[in-house]
Write a protein that binds this ligand. Sequence first.
Ligand code: RAT
Ligand code: ZN
Length: 412
Amino acid sequence: MITREQLALVIAEKLNGVQVVDMHTHLFPADFTGLLLWGMDEILTYHYLIAEYFRYSQQPYQEFFQLPKAKQADLVWRTLFVERSPVSEAQRGVLTILSRLGLDVGARSLDAYREYFRSLALAQHVDNVFRLAGVQAAVMTNDPFDAQERELWQRGVQGDPRFKASLRIDPLVLSYPQAAKVLQAEGYAVDGTFSGNSAAEVRRFLRDWALYIDALYMGASLPANFSLSPDSLSTRVLQEAVLPTCRELGIPLALMLGVKRQVNRGLGLAGDSLGKAEIGVVEQLCAEYPENRFLVSMLSRENQHELAITARKYRNLMVFGCWWFLNNPSLVEEITALRLETLGLSFIPQHSDARVLEHLIYKWEHSRAVIGQVLVKKYAELLETGWPVTEEEIERDLIQLFQGNFQTFLAR
Ligand code: RAT
Ligand code: ZN
């Protein structure tokens, strides 16, 4: 039995030992040429950091984005690391990465960091990053509407067993008429109004791709104002194509709700924002489609309480992650405590959303630390009642949170 004094150490040790299944990333295996982002300049030009760069720079957006990546990285480095202290979460993330890779953070030498990355062999570096991050498997975001990615799959990539696939279908749900053109070009007999044989053909497209890439789930990120209004094309595509195909294949649908795309177009990928989404959408889907399973993450802080409560009502709902603008230690702490108090251990506390390989290192180190602190508090409360807790039980619980809940939900 563990004492109150031993608790923090035991939890930290066990957490460091848990091999995470990272259920949503934007990473790819090394042989997905051009799609796997890694290295110093990619780390510095992460869209989270670009948004922060423009808090301080008056440079025209276009001028910045036209620069070669290395020049963009120079500007971000100077503005966010040399001219001021890097206290934001995304800034601190860069330092954690450098430090864990064994680089001298105190040297503040961009040249030395670049030199280090130039010296690496990618395959070994991928192994090293997975090891440092304690990640066993990472789920990719596979977009059949992206010509570059489609071509790679069709040409036949070898892949890497640590990288699992998920089928991302935003365009199909949100802009069906344009998506239909891609399907037509690929030989599916759909029309732009989703009439006639279109639903069956969209189902065939989804089935073909999900099976071909071995997708663990289908996923979409939906706007804050998304609703299931009865006659909208989005609703029909979901009801008549996406949900039936998920049922047929026995895979969940992952919904990330609450984005407001391109509130500032000049910022590119960094120009998306958030809004409070309608929890009724989640309730309606879970209630009307009990044979479907839904993995749901919501982007606004204001949605977190109702999302956790909704998961108490529907066992076909699995809440996951503290996503994007929620990935701040203070919010992860609050949300994790809320979920533990509301859902016990029946949720997926975090995913990395890594866009650059090395993000795995900082996102998981920072998340483990905060989630660990919350867990220490919760187990301490158990001890105070006289309930004994063993190391084995803590390990069992952590494995459930960081691997098991996702895997069991997939297998259900
Ligand atoms: O977190 C991000 O990097 C966002 O830009 C989005 O990619 C989001 O995670 C998404 O998957 O839509
Ligand atoms: Zn994402």
